[in-house]
Design a binder for this molecule. Structure first.
Ligand SMILES: [Zn+2]
Length: 143
């Protein structure tokens, strides 16, 4: 039974030239990952070079948004204003179908119901930047 649907509050992310495409993708409702054209490695977080072969021939693609809980922790105390109202909430590494892991929240899920291997699907919170850029923050919901 899901009766504790607590979700942390999100703010616009700090972006730079390496991460802009990722955060803008989140603003469109797309989980954007990088693939190296030289060795085909898929990576996250976004970088200017392939961390496998050091090539700078990197392309972006829209991931499926599907994955599973690799590991998680339930946060039951947090005095930070953006998080204190949300406890208990779930912090998780999600294993994406494409390979990389993403540190994120599992939301709309009773913390007593989350489990390793649980199928999850990406969901986005719009977090527009002060300059009007449409950005977002990804989190995951039970699939
Ligand atoms: Zn590579």
């Amino acid at each position: 039974m899901v009766d504790k649907k607590t979700n942390p509050e999100y703010h616009a992310p700090a972006i730079d030239w390496e991460t802009r495409a990722y955060w803008e993708g989140c603003g469109r409702g797309e989980l954007v990952l990088q693939r190296c054209r030289a060795c085909q490695a898929v990576q996250h977080r976004p970088r200017g070079l392939c961390v496998t072969c050091l090539s700078d021939d990197i392309e972006y693609f829209v991931a499926s948004g599907r994955g599973e809980v690799y590991t998680y922790s339930v946060v039951r105390q947090n005095q930070m204003p953006a998080f204190s109202a949300a406890v208990p909430y779930i912090v998780s590494y999600v294993q994406l179908e494409e390979g990389p892991q993403l540190l994120t929240n599992i939301v709309d899920c009773d913390p007593d119901e989350v489990s390793i291997g649980m199928a999850v699907q990406v969901d986005f919170v719009p977090t527009p930047a002060k300059n009007g850029d449409k950005l977002g923050v990804p989190r995951f919901i039970p699939a």
